[in-house]
Design a protein around this ligand. Structure first.
Ligand SMILES: [Zn+2]
Length: 440
């Protein structure tokens, strides 16, 4: 079995891996490096594959030379852009290979294709897969979609069954015994694979590897948010979180409605993800309304004055401080909103730990504070397993080979130390760079 790291091993972003057995191979994930697109006004739908490559926004597909003709299927773990966002740019590289993903991921992918200028209806053979399903692919692969909790619906850990053993692709998940609108991680299934000694190798998440305490359940964030919103009577509330975090958005909508506020969701990506969630009946908007286009957002904001703020609750894009997001434009006075000392900005997210994100987030918090409004942090739980959770996971699945990813080199080194501390040998842990291949 040969594992080729195409993207996501030197950075958090543009995830893509190839697993090859015999004369066949499969691709897992087609991710975008979102950070590379921040701060510039790129029109992604109009950019060519090579333009995207030149700014480092998609995995270096030239690394597929020599493998491309072997690809018999493409699998996507979930709908976050760093896993599916390069799909429309890369799909032309795999003619004839079916694309497999869960329903919500497929919904997101379909909407990306609609935006794509060069798409013209010629998408791949897209096949929707439900949890627990096993997909036969070529002569050498059976790929199982194992339910896993994350900060987006329909996330899967992929178990690639081959005659040489099982390879697990386990990025972006958490143990969550009490999720909100999401699924529990199917620990029993992972335990079965581990107990049978089947797991030949695993790619796993190191985003929060430095943390020992288990990642809290989404229900914990729900309770914190509900308490906070209930305590802000008579004041303005602007909440921001990831537009793809449907469970968190449901919590915010419900909490706002309970306080008899008119809930308004603002932002283009908010509108896109809400459309996907509505199509699959994953969200109950109640009386909330969603506004995506700039002009309508402006019109909606004009109706909110310092005197009637307490009748509304805004949910906006911009939780990472992304330039051009609704919260960024509000905080810079580009959109018509007057911040006052009665305003409360609820950050229901934490910055993804990359230098650009951390800097953008710091800037937007400062800008809001300088306008007199209150910034509330900590209303969030990570979508990623902590280092302590990873220790537990590795003890459950008992892999023979470990490939930490999704963190950059410092986190990968930490992951190796942790793995050794729970009994794995140094030679079992493989630190790959983008472009490297490993035979196991
Ligand atoms: Zn994710």
């Amino acid at each position: 079995m040969e594992i080729t790291a195409i993207g996501g091993f030197d950075e958090i972003g543009k995830n893509m891996t190839v697993v090859a057995v015999g004369d066949e191979a499969i691709v897992i994930d087609l991710g975008l490096h979102v950070e590379r697109l921040m701060g510039e006004d790129y029109d992604i739908a109009r950019m060519s594959r090579s333009e995207m490559l030149s700014i480092g926004a998609i995995p270096d597909y030239r690394r597929l030379d020599g493998i491309k003709q072997k690809i018999v299927g493409v699998f996507v773990s979930h709908g976050h852009l760093d896993h599916v966002g390069a799909g429309t740019k890369l799909m032309g590289l795999f003619p004839g290979a079916p694309f497999y993903m869960t329903p919500f991921t497929a919904e997101i992918f379909k909407r990306q294709m609609e935006d794509e200028v060069k798409y013209k209806g010629k998408g791949p053979d897209l096949r929707t897969v439900t949890y627990g399903s096993k997909v036969s692919c070529g002569k050498n692969f059976v790929v199982e979609f194992i339910a896993a909790a994350h900060s987006i619906p329909d996330h899967a850990i992929l178990a690639v069954h081959t005659h040489e053993g099982v390879f697990l692709y386990a990025l972006d998940w958490r143990f969550d015994p009490t999720p909100v609108l999401s699924t529990k991680t199917n620990i029993n299934r992972l335990q079965q694979l581990g107990d049978k000694g089947l797991v030949k190798g695993v790619i796993y998440d190191t985003t929060r590897i430095e943390r020992d305490e288990p990642t809290q359940s989404e229900s914990w964030a729900k309770q914190k948010i509900e308490e906070m919103i209930a305590g802000l009577k008579g004041e303005g509330i602007i909440a921001t979180t990831f537009a793809s975090h449907i469970g968190r958005l449901q919590t915010l909508i419900d909490a706002g409605e309970r306080q008899k506020r008119k809930v308004l969701l603002l932002g283009r990506s908010m509108e896109k993800y809400m459309d996907s969630a509505k199509a699959l009946k994953l969200i109950n908007l109640r009386r909330a309304s969603v506004w995506g286009r700039s002009k309508t957002v402006e019109a909606v904001l004009r109706k909110i004055t310092p005197n009637n703020k307490s009748e509304f609750m805004l949910i906006t894009t911009g939780n990472q401080g992304e330039p051009g997001s609704i919260l960024d434009r509000m905080s810079r006075g580009v959109l018509p909103y007057t911040f006052t000392r009665d305003d409360n900005i609820l950050f229901c997210s934490e910055a993804i730990p990359t230098p650009v994100n951390l800097a953008c987030r710091k800037e937007i918090e400062g800008s809001i504070r300088s306008r007199g409004a209150h910034v509330h942090l900590g209303l969030h739980v990570s979508g990623h397993a902590s280092g302590g959770d990873i220790d537990r996971f590795l003890k459950i699945v008992k892999p023979k080979n470990l490939i930490p990813a999704h963190g950059g080199i410092e986190k990968l080194i930490r992951a190796r130390k942790r793995a050794e501390a729970v009994g794995f040998r140094e030679e079992q842990v493989h630190l790959l760079h983008d472009g490297e291949a490993l035979s196991i």
